[in-house]
Design a protein around this ligand. Sequence first.
Ligand SMILES: [Zn+2]
Ligand SMILES: [Zn+2]
Length: 84
Amino acid sequence: MAIPNICPKCNIGLVSKDEEGKPMLVCNICGYKREITNYTEHTCSACGYDKATIEYFGIIVGDEAALTMYKCLKCGKVEREGYA
Ligand SMILES: [Zn+2]
Ligand SMILES: [Zn+2]
């Protein structure tokens, strides 16, 4: 299961940010930070950034494969992969 990207103090969405090459989730209100550990190497077609989180969208119907989506950590673009 994905960890919700929510600040535990402010209860608002965290924004992804690159700090010294490490992808972090940062709260703009209180400065809470969490290192993103579940990212993978995936080059974004929009901005060229090479780190993305993997988001799985379970099995759809019948024999369709589970969808794997990559969400760019820089611009947030979501791209589909592993689906033929
Ligand atoms: Zn916060
Ligand atoms: Zn991007």
